[in-house]
Ligand binder design. Structure first.
Ligand SMILES: NC(=O)c1ccc[n+]([C@@H]2O[C@H](COP(=O)([O-])OP(=O)(O)OC[C@H]3O[C@@H](n4cnc5c(N)ncnc54)[C@H](O)[C@@H]3O)[C@@H](O)[C@H]2O)c1
Ligand SMILES: [Zn+2]
Length: 508
């Protein structure tokens, strides 16, 4: 892996870079140092001798050489990002931004020789550099690290960050991942949204984290559950952001279950036509599903999720530690979605689910969450706007949605999906030569999830037909073909009626 460090002069790129390389057992290259070796003069002197344009040509040459290696930490010169060519080179590697407040930078640079870009008035010059270069640093940097304490502390944080799973661009996975939220919220203020059960626990420590570098954080606790996805709540938050005069580069951070990430996502998508969004999902549903893929939304009295936007988060930090406080019923519900991913998309994930004797914890949980998230991210990448293969995520949801609605939403979404899965695997066994219905039902049973709806099939039918009116191509359902593989098929009315009957039939 190549890790390049960018940032203003004095941010610590060389010092921290060298120590980071040592810690990782990587090579270390400093593009300024490379120039010095080539020309026998420090970069500052060279800049004056060659003139800016020739100096930058040489800088590009060094950078190109540096990013070609393997396992190297590269410290870049402060002006490297000015050239589009260099930014292109940096896009191919992992780029981390280093930063500190101006007084800190200036004190590090004071008396430093060979920094002509800061002459004659370093304070003014630094401000100008910050203004001109920050957008370019931001364009290339994946995350930001403050270097105000001892270099070894910054190196600790960076190595912890690099140790996180990187599931997709901007999606990080691992215990402690939440602690990096402040690396993605830029240099201004942020608005942190959360739900009541998290307000005094997870949210509190996140506020401290987001404040680092003297940034201001406004905490807003929204109503719990679906009540958050409401226009009045949304409108209040817009008003709050406007009264704080939040700008386009100030972030919304959504800490909570799918209700908060759906609301926070839509808020971020719409305030000033889009501000940065950081998701820290804290439910299984959130971590495996809701916070991934860029769908955001609010409910209307006329129906759920009728308003929304596709809006990707700048970062999503999936931290299984936050699930420690999740009530068991919510936890189990989320596992129905995880199991769904195993059955329809990932045979290895299913195998892991099949080995559970009780709801998973520790490494078994982490494995399942990461695989489910990855399965979803794979489909999202192939179909970002949900016009094709992403529909596979609806495995178990056709009967599931009908059951949820028929129960008047007394049954949770996860329990409804469990019933939907139970129905569709039995249908697939009868009609599609699917051989693993019993294995799937066994997992549902061991998790304590429901497997049939205690109601009437004709009542369910009403809701299934309602679903059809929303689509133009007749009945379409997702069926598993074998473990880890499913497809969207068109079915006739008789088959749909059978699905409704199975959903209401206890498993024998
Ligand atoms: N955008 C998408 O792609 C997508 C996908 C699936 C679901 N969703 C949406 O997600 C929502 C459901 O998400 P959910 O199941 O996470 O529900 P939720 O956000 O309502 O959270 C469930 C409950 O758990 C509590 N909670 C959350 N984290 C906790 C923690 N760590 N400790 C203790 N309590 C905690 C919440 O306060 C709430 O009471 C629905 O609105 C659904 O429409 C969206
Ligand atoms: Zn679902």
């Amino acid at each position: 892996m190549i890790v390049a460090l960018v940032g203003l002069p004095g941010a610590g790129k060389s010092r921290i870079g060298r120590e980071l390389a040592q810690r990782l057992g990587y090579a270390f290259l400093d593009t300024d140092q490379m120039l010095q070796e080539r020309f026998g003069a420090p970069a500052g002197e060279l800049y004056e001798r060659l003139g800016e344009s020739a100096f930058r040509d040489e800088e590009t040459r060094s950078l190109r050489e540096a990013v070609q290696g393997t396992d190297t930490v590269v410290s870049t010169g402060g002006g490297t990002v000015l050239r589009p060519d260099n930014r292109r080179l940096l896009r191919e590697v992992r780029v981390l931004g280093l930063t500190a407040r101006d007084p800190q930078l200036l004190s590090r640079l004071r008396g430093g020789r060979g920094r002509p870009v800061l002459a004659p008035n370093p304070a003014d010059r630094l401000q100008a550099l910050r203004r001109d270069r920050l957008p370019l640093y931001e364009e290339v940097a994946e995350a930001w690290f403050w270097t105000e304490s001892a270099p070894s502390r910054a190196v600790d944080r960076i190595t912890d960050f690099l140790a996180l799973g990187h599931l997709a661009p901007g999606v990080y996975f691992g215990r402690g991942a939440r602690r990096f939220a402040g690396s993605f919220t830029g240099f201004g203020r942020s608005l942190l949204l959360t739900q009541p059960p998290l307000a005094d626990s997870w949210a509190r420590s996140l506020v401290d984290n987001l404040r680092y570098g003297e940034r201001q954080v406004t905490l807003e606790v929204v109503p719990d559950g679906e009540a958050a996805k409401d226009f009045a709540v949304y409108r209040n938050l817009l008003g709050r952001m406007a009264s704080l005069a939040m700008t386009r580069d100030e972030a919304v951070v959504a800490l909570g279950g799918g209700a908060v990430t759906d609301l926070g996502g839509f808020l971020a998508a719409s305030y000033m036509r889009g501000v940065p969004l950081v998701n820290v999902p804290t439910t299984v549903v959130g971590q495996a599903d809701a916070a991934l893929g860029g769908k955001t939304g609010l409910n209307l009295p006329e129906g759920k999720n009728l308003v929304g936007a596709f809006y990707p988060a700048r970062a999503t930090l999936i931290d299984p530690e936050t699930l420690r406080t999740l009530p068991l019923a919510e936890f189990r519900d989320g596992l129905a979605e995880v199991l769904k991913c195993g059955v329809g998309l990932d045979a290895e994930l299913f195998e892991a689910c099949a080995g559970w004797r009780r709801p998973p914890a520790g490494p078994a949980l982490d494995f399942a969450l990461a695989r489910a998230a990855k399965a979803k991210l794979g489909l999202v990448a192939a179909d970002p706007k949900e016009s094709g293969v992403r529909a596979k995520l609806n495995l178990g949801h056709t009967a599931g949605h009908a059951v949820e609605a028929a129960s008047g939403y007394a049954l949770s979404h996860g329990s409804s999906v469990a019933i939907g899965l139970s129905a569709v695997v039995r249908l697939a066994e009868q009609r599609y030569a699917f051989k693993h219905a019993d294995a799937v039902l066994g997992v549902l049973r061991r998790l304590g999830l429901p497997m049939h709806y205690q109601g009437d099939a004709s009542e369910l039918w009403g809701y299934l037909v309602h679903d059809k009116k929303n689509g133009s191509q007749g009945f379409r359902i997702v069926v598993p073909r074998r473990i880890g593989q499913c497809e969207v098929v068109s079915v006739d009315e008789e088959e749909m009626r059978e699905l409704a009957v199975l959903a209401c039939t206890p498993v024998g």
